[in-house]
Write a protein that binds this ligand. Structure first.
Ligand code: SF4
Ligand code: SF4
Length: 341
């Protein structure tokens, strides 16, 4: 597996890394098997978050003893110094490590939040203190909102940047890749498959391999996914014109109203699993798997028609999706399939 320099951290990371969201879905033994397969396939960069329930813990369990050639990264939504200091210690405990290779400020969404983390009593101060104590080696930032990330990069405080970049979402790359080069930042690509919306996966990943990024971190929760994704990076073949056209057709089919499954809209006060419903609706409307999708939709504890239109989710969605309208579309699709009581 090709290793690339993670900007001025100097770490040499695998071109395909492992995102830590899906590992939450599998049991501990399966998590171990997936992580072992990842290491065997040459993956040496594992990215988690305090917010991903037991993801750090599972990585800690599966990765075993600390090794200098396996890098763990995590991130926290803490914005204040004390809160961040507690999160750093919690991450070390979960990973069972003396230090985290890369600690990131997670999803900094507004310029006010950026100001808050940079303040003397902000989260960055805790990260700097942890660096002095040897608990954290490098500091980065993640986010979805380009204006905020551009400003963050220009502060010169961060060594890496993580943002969504895929064939259907190019804005981040256009604005941030030149800046990353200028500031010698490591570039970590999240949502390479647009949160699972972009298919076929092998075309979407090969599209990205051509760009000057450090590591691409699809979330993976099976050995088969590890093998498929790492094989693409092993024998990189640029897309043919025909394959580019196929990808463009897929992007046009998705439109710009697709959910990236980032989960920032959660929790809904009504208990609606918004991204899950959008996933099932995507299967219904984009892939023609109506029966399959309906069965799963009706197995959920709460359906889309429980929405009381409070708008809370839309205020939190970094993509400004019209969540309420999209839920109504789901109701109109699935309504007629309601199982008989
Ligand atoms: S608008 Fe509907 S889906 Fe969104 S948070 Fe409110 S109740 Fe939940
Ligand atoms: S609706 Fe928005 S916030 Fe919620 S998962 Fe989808 S993209 Fe993310």
């Amino acid at each position: 597996m090709e290793k690339r320099r993670l900007g001025r951290t100097g770490l040499k990371v695998s071109l395909i890394g492992m995102g830590g969201i899906p590992i939450q879905r599998v049991g501990r033994e399966d998590a171990k098997a997936v992580v072992s397969a990842a290491i065997a396939a040459g993956i040496n960069f594992f990215d988690s978050a305090r917010g991903y329930t037991d993801s750090e813990e599972k990585f800690g369990l599966a990765l075993g003893l600390q090794r200098d050639d396996i890098y763990v990264a995590t991130k926290s939504m803490a914005r204040g110094r004390d809160e961040m200091a507690r999160d750093i210690d919690a991450s070390l405990h979960n990973f069972k490590r003396d230090y985290v290779d890369l600690y990131q400020l997670h999803n900094v969404r507004t310029k006010e939040e950026l100001k808050r983390v940079l303040a003397p009593d902000g989260a960055l101060a805790a990260l700097r203190a942890a660096q002095l104590e040897g608990k954290v080696r490098h500091v980065g930032i993640t986010g979805h909102i380009m204006e905020v990330l551009v400003e963050a990069v220009q502060t010169g405080e961060f060594e890496t940047i993580q943002f969504p970049f895929n064939a259907a979402e190019l804005e981040g790359a256009e604005r941030l890749l030149p800046l990353a080069e200028k500031h010698d930042l490591g570039v970590i690509v999240m949502k390479p498959l647009a949160g699972g919306a972009l298919r076929p996966a092998h075309l979407a990943l090969r599209f990205l391999l051509d760009f000057p990024v450090s590591t691409i971190i699809p979330g993976m929760d099976s050995v088969a996914q590890i093998e498929e994704n790492t094989a693409l990076a092993e024998k990189f073949v640029p897309l043919t014109d025909e394959e580019r056209n196929e990808l463009q057709t897929e992007i046009a089919r998705l439109g710009n109203r697709f959910c990236r499954r980032c989960e920032y809209c959660q929790p809904c006060p009504q208990g609606i699993a918004i991204p899950t419903i959008f996933t099932f609706d995507g299967y219904w409307s984009r892939y023609g798997l109506k029966e399959w999708a309906a069965e799963r939709y009706w197995a959920l504890n709460v359906q889309a028609d429980a929405c009381v239109e409070c708008g809370e989710c839309e205020r939190r969605c970094p993509y400004n999706l019209p969540v309420r309208d999209l839920l109504k579309e789901a109701v109109s699709h699935f309504g007629a399939t309601r199982p008989q009581a």
